[in-house]
Design a protein around this ligand. Structure first.
Ligand SMILES: NC(=O)c1ccc[n+]([C@@H]2O[C@H](COP(=O)([O-])OP(=O)(O)OC[C@H]3O[C@@H](n4cnc5c(N)ncnc54)[C@H](O)[C@@H]3O)[C@@H](O)[C@H]2O)c1
Length: 256
């Protein structure tokens, strides 16, 4: 489609399904040098193999790496794989979960599991990527997956909203810390995107039609539309953009 990612090595976590898979494929379509597809298992929904298969079919180097982002050492090992391709240029910390029951009485065990993936896992990914970028003296782009749930609260997603709000401020704080090294850090806040997560999370699934009707563009988003936004944030076309929370939501967060 374009060559705006020429020469860039990208890692995407949670990339065997949904939005992460779409990001990985979009990166390949826009000419990335290598796309590292990572997920906690090779077979969630669409799957790691089919994702790397599509990328290979585009003639782009790729690798599937099994990584649980809540495990610091596994995330470090994931980023090390990028060294084989010359080092990571774009790190997308996308992996995230919702809970089946996430109201005001959310169980501690569920709360901690969600935070370990949605918040700790995002920080571990950003830290590992920044360390490698700095040691190679390379500029880079780190993109953290937040959500409209990190901007607006909802009673049915207490832990989820808390984690995503944390991700938005993590991006801003890391942008300040890493900017002097030429490393940009931004958050992306998708609106209601048509994925397994949206269709199957209790509360959110029932709310999806309401989100669609309230969205100025009157439709759910496609995973590929998040992929396209991330290609821009990863590319040099956004070279003076850091510390933002980019809404990719059909306008939903702009209306009441
Ligand atoms: N779908 C939406 O409407 C929407 C809206 C806003 C934000 N998001 C965010 O986008 C991201 C992707 O969501 P999605 O809709 O594609 O959901 P999804 O469930 O299709 O994808 C999430 C992926 O993360 C992986 N994952 C789960 N736990 C992991 C772990 N411990 N380590 C590594 N990978 C793990 C899953 O295997 C899965 O492949 C999430 O962070 C989500 O919060 C989604």
């Amino acid at each position: 489609m374009s060559d705006i990612l020429t020469g860039k090595v990208i890692i995407v976590t949670g990339a065997a399904s949904g939005i992460g898979r779409a990001i990985a494929i979009a990166a390949a379509q826009h000419g990335a040098k290598a796309v590292i597809v990572s997920d906690v298992t090779e077979t969630p929904r669409e799957g790691g193999g089919p994702t790397t298969g599509e990328i290979e079919a585009l003639g782009i180097a790729t690798r599937f790496v099994r990584t649980d982002v809540s495990k610091h050492s596994e995330v470090d090992a994931l980023v090390e794989v990028a060294a084989e391709f010359g080092g990571v240029d774009i790190m997308v910390c996308n992996a995230g979960i919702t809970l089946r029951s996430d109201g005001a009485d959310v169980a501690e065990v569920d709360y901690r599991r969600l935070m370990s993936i949605n918040l700790d896992g995002v920080l571990f990914g950003a830290q590992a990527a920044a360390r490698q970028m700095k040691s190679q003296k390379k500029p880079g782009s780190i993109i953290l997956m937040a959500s409209m749930g990190g901007i607006r609260g909802a009673g049915m997603t207490i832990a989820y909203s808390t984690s995503k709000g944390g991700v938005v401020l993590m991006a801003k704080a890391l942008a300040d810390a890493l900017g002097p090294d030429g490393i940009r850090v931004n958050a992306v806040c998708p609106g209601a995107i048509d994925t397994h997560l949206l269709r199957t999370t209790p509360g959110i699934a029932e709310a999806a039609e309401g989100f669609r009707r309230r969205t100025p563009l009157r439709r759910l988003g496609k995973p590929s539309e998040i992929g396209d936004a991330i290609v821009w944030l990863g590319s040099d076309l956004s070279s003076y953009v850091t510390g933002i929370a980019l809404f990719v939501d059909g306008g939903l967060l702009s209306v009441i």
